[in-house]
Ligand binder design. Structure first.
Ligand code: SF4
Length: 244
């Protein structure tokens, strides 16, 4: 994730207020997006892990167009570990950075076979040993495949919206994750990213949020500190984060 610039200063008072309102914000999001879920198509922990590696710098929709052919040919770690690299490159090409991604998914499959008896490990430390896997991918896998809350998935939506809501002033994913883990109850870590990603795709878009259509205007710092002061209609935000 590239540098994110906050175009307003989150005061201590506003941050305290945002954290005080956190439960209300979460409940509102849960009501608005009752079906929030992981949108990467998969049929096993292994397939989810591979799809998540492929989703770096790419949309879930695009990944879902390449994984059916990939998983039809190589559905398991043992099969994918033996796949010719050039064939993998051609199968994942449209997701971008395909040479690295092909190398990583093959490397991850090989390691799963040689070190984890062909099964995706369900521990953070073990997942982080796999090529192409950092905390984001490990968190996606742990929650969606094993129901484990070990951390919070921080992608561009989660980072951007956490800042707008007043939950963090950081622009580094690891620091944002730490802030979120400090203020959000652990049993909500896994689902949190689904809620924020659904919100981000729906209204809290980069670069311009559509606050007039959002259910969070009563608890959102960005709305209170920026939009309501400069555009009372709530339809337009002045300046936005640059987050890639
Ligand atoms: S009120 Fe606006 S900035 Fe705040 S979460 Fe909603 S869309 Fe995003």
């Amino acid at each position: 994730m590239a540098k994110t610039k906050l175009s307003y200063k989150l005061t201590k008072k506003a941050r305290v207020e945002a954290i005080k309102n956190l439960t209300t914000t979460l409940v509102t999001l849960e009501k608005r997006y009752p079906d929030a879920h992981c949108e990467l198509d998969h049929n096993s922990p292994f397939q989810l892990l591979i799809a998540t590696i492929l989703s770096a710098q790419c949309t879930d929709k695009r990944v879902n167009t390449v994984t059916p052919a990939l998983f039809a040919k190589y559905p398991t770690a043992s099969k994918l570990a033996k796949a010719p690299l050039t064939q993998l490159e051609s199968l994942v090409k449209s997701t971008g950075f395909y040479k690295n991604k092909a190398k990583n998914i093959k490397g991850a499959a090989q390691k799963i076979v040689t070190e984890f008896k062909g099964k995706v490990p369900d521990k953070m430390a073990s997942l982080l040993l796999l090529p192409g896997v950092a905390r984001k991918t490990a968190n996606v896998t742990l929650w969606n495949s094993f129901g484990k809350n070990e951390g919070v998935v921080v992608d561009t939506h989660v980072g951007r919206i956490s800042m707008r809501l007043g939950w963090t002033t950081e622009n580094n994913p690891a620091k944002i994750e730490k802030d979120l883990m400090n203020i959000v109850p652990r049993d909500r870590w896994g689902h949190l990213s689904h809620l924020l990603i659904f919100l981000g795709r729906d209204v809290c878009k980069a670069p311009k949020p559509i606050c007039g259509r959002c259910s969070l205007i009563k608890t959102c710092s960005w709305y209170k500190e920026v939009v309501s002061k400069e555009a009372p209609s709530g339809a337009k935000a002045p300046k936005t984060h640059s987050l890639t």
